[in-house]
Design a protein around this ligand. Structure first.
Ligand code: PLP
Length: 231
């Protein structure tokens, strides 16, 4: 087998392989340079081989690479404090491994809230056409692109799709617990939601004690200006 045939062919990959990077420049195996306009996929916003990042990873690797959640993790506490301060929000942090897991956790928190805070439990989560929330079973179902749902059912119930914010408002009913959305859709084509519509939605949700879940997997950590776009 050719080397790339050991991988499941899940992505259409270009036949180029990067071995090195410096700031926004990538180098392939032949030393040819490329300007990376995609930052990985919206990930490497500090550029490649950032000195501080390299130093921190090296130091941590020398000391300890894994410890468990059953102990206190001082660096995690420090990081959580920084995130809370930068967010300006009354919140706490939960660290996990991927965007899908973060959204899965948000869905679980919303469901728990819906099941415990109301006399009649609420569970439905409204999401917006062309969103992308992840590849796990629940976050794939939360992703309002029905062509992506072929093959993997049955799915957990309770996801409702709205074509836009106006429709999301009309779809809120007595079983709805949350609306989940990206303020700038990434996969959906860098589509920015109207701030006034979002404010209207937020006011309606607040008045009903319902939740607004903002997926910041592509917008957070200064990638759209502020630390969080939802600030
Ligand atoms: C808006 C959004 N949410 C969630 C995800 C899923 O993140 P991950 O690939 O880390 O699971 C992505 C990934 O591209 C995304 O763009």
């Amino acid at each position: 087998m050719k080397e790339d045939e050991y991988l499941l062919p899940l992505y259409k990959r270009l036949d180029v392989s990067f071995v090195k990077g410096k700031k926004s420049i990538l180098y392939d195996e032949e030393g040819k340079d490329y300007v990376d306009f995609t930052s990985g996929i919206g990930v490497n916003s500090l550029g490649y081989a950032n000195k501080e990042v390299v130093k921190t990873i090296k130091e941590q690797a020398k000391n300890i690479l894994h410890t468990s959640n059953i102990y206190r993790i001082k660096s995690q506490e420090k990081c959580a404090k920084k995130i809370v301060e930068l967010s300006n929000l009354d919140m706490q942090c939960f660290f996990c491994n991927s965007g899908a897991e973060a959204n899965e956790s948000a869905i679980k928190l919303a469901r728990k809230y819906g099941n415990t805070e109301f006399a009649k439990p609420k569970y439905k989560i409204i999401t917006i056409k062309n969103s992308f929330h992840g590849r796990t079973i629940a976050t794939l179902k939360a992703t309002a692109q029905e062509d992506k749902h072929k093959f993997f059912g049955p799915y957990p119930e309770g996801f409702v799709y709205a074509k836009d914010i106006n429709e999301a408002i009309t779809l809120i009913d007595e079983s709805t617990v949350a609306v989940m959305l990206e303020l700038i859709q990434g996969e959906g084509g860098i589509f920015m939601q109207d701030v006034h519509k979002i404010k209207e939605l937020e006011t309606i949700l607040k008045s009903k004690k319902l939740l607004l879940i903002i997926d910041e997997v592509q917008t957070g950590v200064y990638r759209s200006g502020n630390f969080l776009i939802s600030q």
